[in-house]
Every structure is written in structure tokens, then in C-alpha cells.
Design a protein around this ligand. Sequence first.
Ligand SMILES: [Zn+2]
Length: 348
Amino acid sequence: MNSLALKGNPGDGERMAIMSGRHQAFGLWGLLLLIVMAHGCAPGGSTEVGPRAPVPPVSAVGLAPDEPLRVVATTSIVADVVRNVGGDAIALTQLMPLGADPHAFESTPQDAGVISDAHVVFINGVGLEVFMDRLLASAGGNTPVVTVSDGIRLLAFAGEHADDEALADEDHGEDDPHVWFDPNNVKVWVANIESALSELDPDRATTYRENAQAYLAELDALDGWIREAVTVIPEDRRGLVIDHSVFTYFAHAYGFEQVGTITTGGSTLSQPSAREMAALQEAIVDHGVRAIFVSTTVNPRMAEQLARDTGIQVVPIYTGSLSDASGPAGTYLAFMRYDVGRIVEALR
Ligand SMILES: [Zn+2]
């Protein structure tokens, strides 16, 4: 099998973390949990998948001289990076609409048609696109799938619960899918995308290589800009709390600590218990956390309640989707600059 073919299991990141209770639950949270459905999916919804069907390898497709490669990308963030490498040489379809929560996205029968017509599908992988196995099966399984995150050094999702003793005893090292919060990981995406496009469409390999080189330089510039921007945040204010575990790679790259998340595990699909919410409230106080960041793609009510109870602010950021082109996060580069700007404003 070609090394670019899909290797990860899209279900891997979605198993829920197990909590051991150390803290007393607050009655208010119990009540809130009855009222608030933070996400569209039922807790514990099955994400088990069967054995993966073989995926066709990436190899040259016969294109007419003016025929563009037909390319599908799952999230708006993956699509933006693919667009930067493919440029005008590809016809790109973005599967998820802007504002969709990639963890909770459900594909349509039309999506299966888009996949089966494509020459290649680019996915984030690492368990982000839970819907993908079923979609590929209904699309007939003839389209090569490239996991852009292949080759990235993956980290287990981090948070208040990750160092829990009960968890430390078992192999709970589930990989966090939010790799794009470190631009150095997106450089791996670019290499994977360039390599796949060049194998599929060798006549335009020079174009893809030049586009990739130019974009890699922009990613380096972004990384340098972030390093500089965060220097104004003192060491003792670098605790991050967020609705779900998006800051694992950002924290690792830029010297922060993700001290807690409202939703445990690597996804938005689980529901916190009252005990987990109480533990998070305690962590916010213990770590002197100054803000709760909340994804534009999830319901903010639990974050808002937590912020009220702890007297800190809620700061909306983009996490799993770009904004529309006229918004503040219309490209991946703008998305990162916007989010880092909000983090700096809130914590400096
Ligand atoms: Zn996410």
C-alpha cells in the first residue's frame, strides 16, 4: 500500500476519558447539565468502526491537458492549505460548510457523490472526521484518501484530567487531532499534500512544488510571529482553559499549559459530569486562569456559566473552522493570527 494511504482510525480520538472523582459536585451543575445540551450528539454515542476497507493507492491519473485534478478536502482549514498548494491547477471541493464542528459533522448522500467523483480526498485524520469511514464506504471506496497529518509527532490530549492517577495507570494515550494549532505541523501537511498532488498529476509537479515552497515560507513567518507575540504574556499567566482540547499542540509549541477543558477527551462529543465541572472550576481558581476560550463551533453556555461562577471572561476563538472570507479568520494564516491575538489580549 502506498505510504500516503489512510492509516489512522478516525474513531481513535473519540473515546471518552474516564474520570476519577476527587471533588465534590455542585448541585447547580447537576441542574445545568439537565438543561444544557452543549453539543448535538448523545453522550457515549458509538464511534466504533469495523475493519477498514482497503484504500486505493495514490498514483498518476490520466488528465486531459486542461483538465484539473478533482480534489476534496474535509474541513475548511485542510481545504485552505490544499488550496495554497494546488492553486489554480486543481478543482477543490470543501466537504464541511464553514462553521461546522468537524467532530459532529454528518455527511449527506450528495457528499458520497462528490467523493466518488474525486481523484483524491484529503483528511486531517487522527480521529477528527468520525463520519469518514461510513462516507467512504457509501462512496464506493475507489477514491484515494490522504491523511495530511501522517508523520506529525502526535500528542495525547492534555488538560486537568490527563495527569489523573487512575488514568496514568492505563494506556489512555489517545492522540489529540487538533494538530493545526502548531504551524510546524501544518508544514507536514504541506509536504504530504504536495507529494500526493505531484504523484496524481506529475505534469504539474513543478507548480505544486513552487506553491508549497511559497506557503512553507509563510508558515515559518507565522511561527516566528507567534513566538514574538506571546512573549508579552508572563509565565504565571500561561494557563489555558477551553471548551474542548484544541490547545494541546499550541501549548506544547509556545510554552503554555492547557489546564482544563469543559469537554473531556479529544473531541466535542462527550458531556462533562457535574464532578468534572467542579474539578475544572477548582483548577481555574488554583491556576489563576484569566479567561475561558470558547470555540465558535460549539454552544458557549457551559463556558459562560463557568466564567460567571469564577468571575473571569469568555473569549470566543476559531478552532475547527475558518470564518467566511470577509471575516477575521478567512484563511488558516489569518485564523492563527486572530486566535493568538485574542489569547495575548486576554492573558497579558
Ligand atoms: Zn475540535
